[in-house]
Design a protein around this ligand. Sequence first.
Ligand code: AKG
Length: 335
Amino acid sequence: MLFKFSRKFISSILPANTGVHLSRLLLRHFCSSSINIMEQNIEGFKYTGKDWKVTGQMKAHFDEFGYMIIRGLLTNAETLKLKEFLDKDKGMVDYKMDRDDGEGRAVGITVWNHPSDDILGVVARTERVAGTWEKLLGGEVYHYHSKLIAKDAFTGGAFVWHQDYGYWYNNGCIFPNLGTTWTAIDRADRKNGCLKIIPMSHKIGRIDHIRVGKQAGADTARVEEIEKVCPIIQPELDPGDALFFHCNILHRSDQNNSPNRRWGYLCCYNRANNTPYKENSPHPVYTKLDKLPNSAIMDCDVTDLAANKEVAAKRDYYIATPENSAYLQVPEKME
Ligand SMILES: O=C(O)CCC(=O)C(=O)O
């Protein structure tokens, strides 16, 4: 309609065919007007410390592109503290699942459902992470689960294109009102398999997930078409940098063929009013999240989980088996 009208109008004032070209341009302008209004911020925003707040610009960027990068979300001291804690956290090894990437490699995944009082749980409960999600998702959120994704040097496996909501839909979350903060523990770059994302893919809606190799991934034929119209970005992150992304953003990552480990700490949130309706859902129903001030990370004094069994137990690890989890085995046909 718009195309026809503009062609007619423009052809009436310009030589033959010019109208067709111009009206196409006009149409393209209208379709992508939001992109023109707002430039995609690939460099990322900066964590501002004490006066941190989600600005209107950040929220508009997230709504438009489905993600935002926050540089230095964790300070150097906080990142070091988190890294040192993780390196000796036995739970990360004892409850690790090796997820086969179907290309001869595996990725280590450790998942837990509740944030405890150790530094991992504290980070997940801070205003700068959980509070940011409340602003991005527009209301109260709760912790849906957290995980460590460990891609070790030379051996770390790949993830195929997927939307998290491709899985979480099956868990019984009715709305795609969920999101993840992916925080780099080590530098994540192209050499060691950093995330690739497709900005704006959250606007496509949920794509059917099917068996792709040995993983559940978004329908490959459709992803190929999406890639033609929505350019992929591959944000490289330094330790402490974070990527906040919507649960319908298409993302993947390559194998780690480098000598550098690539560990990422992921905290996932669900809107409080989007509690899963399925009884045997793998991740929790609404559980009030006790948020903490941003200073709590440096104040956290739980350093040894072996000596603090109660803190460890509160995490409530998610233990997947091939029978119960798409992490380990994907049915021929997804539900
Ligand atoms: O960390 C990665 O490489 C990908 C993780 C991921 O896509 C996920 O856990 O959904």
